[in-house]
Design a protein around this ligand. Structure first.
Ligand code: MRU
Length: 357
């Protein structure tokens, strides 16, 4: 079991298998009750692990997918470049179709494919070595980005602050410190105390199962609330800032994150509480002009009706609408905290500047 701050922030949620032909993940769908490691070997096992949220959180999905495509490529025993490239593309497209909203998935897979496409003069053996380096680089860069985001995020907080968060954007969703939770871990290491309110995050309970687990294990004061209690804790004056993660940020700053995030932002505006989005630049999609262009994943209605209940909580005939994400309008966002600094409105300019730099 993960039992202290060092372990929580250095958790190996995803890694390449020792044989370099498999990927090992913590099955997040079983937390917090069981810490189970899964070894993924086939394309279907990999696809399913992402689809069923055994590995989840935008950066972690990207890292996992890059290890997966590398592990698969090691299994093929192909020496002909054209055949290798075609097989790579087919498998990449399959993994990429597992979830649509988090841009990190296609971002990481495209980076891997660029290695194949850009080295046609090399042998497949050499390309495999380059692919091994690339997926490890994607992972290492994420560790560094999370640490920098945590530093910038911490600069927005003072000792004793109350922070509300939604979903899970901690070590399990990323690597090491996480994004939205990173400043809290870093502050705790430096002797600061925070009072964190974690939305349980219906219907899949990432806040209850993962965020409250990670924060509690790190010795951070965390109080779990149902999503519909965010307004009262804000009204009570217990929240100084909202910190959330992101799955895709459009060029104008509109941000897709776990369903319910936009409601938190609207409440924060009403109560005059700063609302910050924290995420790496790999989550910013400059090819996506606005939030209207972000594809929102629709999920199985039974996640609402049945999952986590001992018997169904609605009649089988009752219709469900189960979008996994919503888009927070850029006008509700106080700042977007990246590894390159904190962007402020107008985001169309500040985000473009990040990429030019
Ligand atoms: O469906 P999930 O659990 O993958 O959704 C995750 C989120 O919405 C996170 O807030 C987001 O990916 C940021 S993770 C640093």
């Amino acid at each position: 079991m993960i039992d202290n701050i060092v372990q929580v922030t250095h958790i190996d949620n995803v890694r390449i298998g020792d044989d370099e032909k498999s990927v090992v993940i913590i099955d997040q769908s079983q937390l917090p009750n069981r810490t189970v490691y899964l070894t993924l070997r086939t394309p279907d096992e990999m696809y399913e692990a992402i689809k069923l949220l055994k590995i989840r959180g935008a950066p972690a999905i990207g890292i996992c997918a890059s290890y997966c495509i590398y592990a698969l490529a090691r299994q093929w025993n192909l020496t002909d470049y054209a055949a290798f490239r075609a097989e790579f593309h087919k498998n990449k497209e399959y993994l990429n179709s597992s979830r649509p909203t988090a841009v990190n998935l296609s971002w990481a897979l495209n980076r891997m494919e660029a290695v194949v496409n850009g080295n046609s003069e090399k042998s497949v053996t050499e390309i495999l070595d380059l692919l091994g380096k690339e997926c490890r680089a994607i992972h290492m860069e994420d560790i560094e980005m999370c640490l920098k985001i945590s530093e910038y995020g911490l600069s927005l907080l003072k000792d004793g602050d109350g922070v509300l968060t939604h979903c899970n954007a901690g070590p399990l969703a990323t690597s090491r410190y996480g994004t939205a939770l990173g400043p809290l871990f870093l502050g705790k290491e430096r002797g600061m105390e925070f009072k964190v309110f974690a939305d349980e995050t219906r219907p899949l309970l990432q806040g209850a199962r993962l965020t409250s687990y990670e924060l509690h294990k790190a010795g951070i004061d965390v109080t779990l609330i149902c999503d519909n209690m965010a307004s009262i804790v804000m009204k009570n004056g217990w929240i100084n800032a909202c910190f959330v993660g992101c799955d895709r940020i459009a060029a104008n700053g509109d941000t897709a994150n776990k369903i319910g995030t936009s409601g938190v932002a609207i409440l924060a505006k009403y109560y005059d509480i700063p609302f910050y989005v924290l995420g790496p630049t790999s989550t910013i999609d400059m090819n996506c002009p606005t939030g209207n262009d972000i594809k929102i994943e629709q999920r199985d209605p039974n996640e609402i009706k049945c999952k986590f209940y001992s018997e169904p909580m609605a009649l089988p005939e009752v219709k469900c609408y189960n979008p996994a994400f919503d888009v927070t309008d850029h006008s509700l966002i106080t700042g977007i905290v990246t590894e390159k600094g904190i962007c402020r409105a107008p985001y169309i300019e500040s985000l473009a500047k990040l990429f030019k730099a």
